[in-house]
Design a protein around this ligand. Structure first.
Ligand SMILES: Nc1ncnc2c1ncn2[C@@H]1O[C@H](COP(=O)(O)OP(=O)(O)OP(=O)(O)O)[C@@H](O)[C@H]1O
Ligand SMILES: [Mg+2]
Length: 359
């Protein structure tokens, strides 16, 4: 059991090179979480200074790890949100389809942190972990891109960010003219919560810290420009239907959600919960996807569940080793084998989603 005061003292022993004060005294420590043997916080610095503060982040991590009894530490380095930057959203009616506008109207209150120059924000969610949500999210994004759409993917899974591995990207994102420059990989613009922290640190964020980091990645990343807006931003949400997910989906300006489930009853029960959660906040469930379909886990369960819930069944994806291998190798299978059978399945799912979003 680590004391909060010990954590604060350790952080104040690390000197901010700009002000010459300890990190806490300098006001750089945001959203500090101390729980049992874990601690985490966001080191929030001026956006022009992010690269320069990487060694300070490392020093802060080392200082926390040196506290007796501490076993897990997570420090993220983020740029300070300038007042007014995300507080005054631009009217985004131009370029929005009628369907999206209707969906926007149905939601109240409209979140103020919509990313600029992004036409549609689509969540990929699952009630249960490990059902292949991230695999579906990256391949679906690639399938949407294959339709000629400009597509971004945001890994908002604070519990287990997997986009860096699945897309083969690493390193702190660059800042340019006050905006985060997303990675470009396999025709997608990509940003992950895993790029803001060290990959081997377990994510221990809760509530405010997690949603703050995600809001920042949403609104401060240059997803699109006036001339070239992003058509779809796919958001890989953390699995589950708890408070963290509720806060995230309330704070994220979502135009629709797709829910991934395996065919088993236990996963379907959780998929139902996820649908209820989206209904509660007025985000339309665009459809249900069955993953790992086949002789091992069964098939057809998600389609029957979609019928029960009155939502669209978007398609089934087989349990297939090449999907896992491609993910492990940092290349979505849809991009690696665009002519393959699995790519065709994802193309069909993408067609369903493009239809639902009217794009
Ligand atoms: N259809 C499939 N066929 C074979 N392997 C799959 C399939 N879908 C996912 N996998 C593999 O299953 C594992 C879990 O998938 P993934 O990480 O996409 O799930 P997740 O729901 O995002 O998990 P988490 O809850 O941890 O975020 C990965 O190793 C992935 O490669
Ligand atoms: Mg995942």
């Amino acid at each position: 059991m680590v004391e909060r005061s010990a954590v604060i003292a350790a952080l104040d022993a690390v000197i901010d090179p700009i002000s010459g004060q300890g990190l806490v005294a300098a006001g750089l420590v945001q959203g500090l979480v101390v729980a049992d043997d874990r601690a985490g916080f966001a080191l929030e610095v001026d956006r022009s200074q992010v690269a320069a503060y990487a060694p300070v982040r490392d020093a802060a991590e080392a200082a926390l790890k040196a506290i007796p009894g501490m076993s897990r530490v997570s420090v993220i380095l983020t740029a300070e949100a300038k007042p007014g930057l995300s507080a005054a959203p631009k009217p985004r009616t131009a370029g929005l389809s009628k369907a999206a506008l209707d969906q926007g109207r149905a939601r109240a209150p409209v979140p103020t942190d919509r990313p600029a120059h992004v036409r549609h924000v689509l969540a990929v969610a699952s009630g249960k972990g490990g059902v292949g949500k991230s695999t579906v999210a990256v391949n679906l994004a690639a399938a949407l891109a294959a339709r000629g759409l400009s597509v971004g993917i945001l890994d908002a899974d604070v519990y287990g960010p997997s986009l860096p591995t699945m897309l083969g990207i690493s390193g702190q994102p660059a800042y340019e003219d006050g905006a985060i420059v997303p990675h470009h990989a396999h025709g997608l613009k990509a940003m992950s919560v895993g790029l803001l922290t060290k990959m081997d640190d377990a994510m221990i964020w809760r509530g405010p810290m997690a949603s703050q980091a995600i809001t920042q990645m949403l609104t401060q990343t240059r997803w699109g420009t006036v001339e070239a807006p992003l058509d779809v931003l796919v958001v890989d949400l953390p699995p589950g239907t708890g408070d963290v997910q509720l806060t995230l989906i309330q704070k994220t300006p979502l135009d629709g959600a797709v829910i991934v489930s395996t065919p088993q009853e236990v996963a379907l029960t959780d998929a139902r919960r996820a649908h209820t959660l989206f209904q509660k906040v007025g985000v339309p469930t665009l459809g249900l996807i069955e993953n790992m379909s086949g002789p091992v886990f069964g098939e057809g369960g998600a389609e029957a569940e979609a019928t029960r819930l009155g939502v669209v069944f978007l398609g089934a994806l087989p349990l297939d080793a090449s999907l896992r291998e491609a993910g492990d190798a940092g290349r979505p299978l849809v991009a690696a084998q665009p002519e393959g059978e699995i790519a065709a399945r994802f193309a069909a799912v993408a067609t369903g989603i493009a239809g639902a979003l009217d794009i």
